[in-house]
Design a protein around this ligand. Sequence first.
Ligand code: PEP
Ligand code: MN
Length: 406
Amino acid sequence: MPEHLGAAVDRALARPAPQQPQWPDPEAVRGVRAVLEGVAPVVTAEEVDRLRAHLASVAGGTAFLLQGGDCAETFAETTERSIAGTVDTLHRMASTLTSMAGLPVVRVGRLAGQYAKPRSSPTDALGLPAYRGDIVNGREATAGARAPDPRRMLRAYVNSASAMAVIRALHATGTVVPGGADTGFFTSHEALLLDYERAMLRVVDGHERGEPKPYDLSAHFLWIGERTRRPDGAHLAFAELLANPIGVKIGPTTTPEQAVEYVERLDPYDEPGRLTLISRMGSGEVRRVLPPIVEKVAASGHAVVWQCDPMHGNTVQTRTGYKTRHFDQVLDEVRGFVEVHRALGTHPGGLHVELTGADVTECLGGPQHLSTTDLPHRYTTACDPRLNRTQALELASLTAEILRPR
Ligand code: PEP
Ligand code: MN
């Protein structure tokens, strides 16, 4: 990487960086970073550029963005079966949306790299360091497993690259979307663990107009989470440097002024679709909090992608201790999101969901009418509750119904 870009990355990452592990051995982290700086990327800059063009269409109102996958991927569950389940579910949801709502659908998996998790507390109920995702430490509740281990970043790279190889093979052989090989499939994850993301930066000649920008080639699309979007923080400053399209989660405390600051900083060259604002307000808040944000951003003249994450504002804990979400609230947030955009004349451009192709029992309701007594049967998520395949397909068809031009 040219020296001035390296220095810009160092400056960005010297800012306050929430949600980073306390690595016990900083020298070992530098060693791992040096290895990752020399590996082949998980995705290519050409692919990232193709996604940028697709997202420009979404921002312009002529396409829809569907993004989904596990809350947290795990190394053990990065199997061909689980990958195919997620990818196939997304393609089926996309077909439903296309045929009913009449818009081409850009398909982006939350997979092949979704290994780092922000936590509400640095320690768990037992006083152990919190599980921060397989890229940092182990889920098992022992001091040994929970010690952050930088070598896990190498395993995360290997798993991401092999997951990407499986995704490419599934498409090349027509195992998913028969006859749909021309349908691009892209990957994404939260750009949370800065030691990993910085090591996956690559400068590619001739791919960026004007001054060259590094691509983060760990995935096509990266987003900044609700807990790391502070304007003076390292995550925003890092994202500003990237050529990739970027998402920012905006929760119910987001002000219109903050939203405009994200837009101005992350879309300085007025590129339609460069920034996706992922609203995750909760079904009770979206109709109140989102309108002034949309109005102020629209008035700024920047063409962003407006995407609805109807999962993260609707998480509840059952009396028996399960984190869950009710299908009806998820659907209601989608409905509120679309109502807001319809009222303001903006494009309700996308959906971001946590889902799996497996028949898990993690979210309540849906066509199977899952109740709290069903949750223990197949509750296997490593982090947040996911829609199962049936619930995900139902959400797609009800969302298409809501979006259908009338
Ligand atoms: C997530 O997407 O898993 C997540 C942690 O979301 P948020 O940052 O919106 O809370
Ligand atoms: Mn989650």
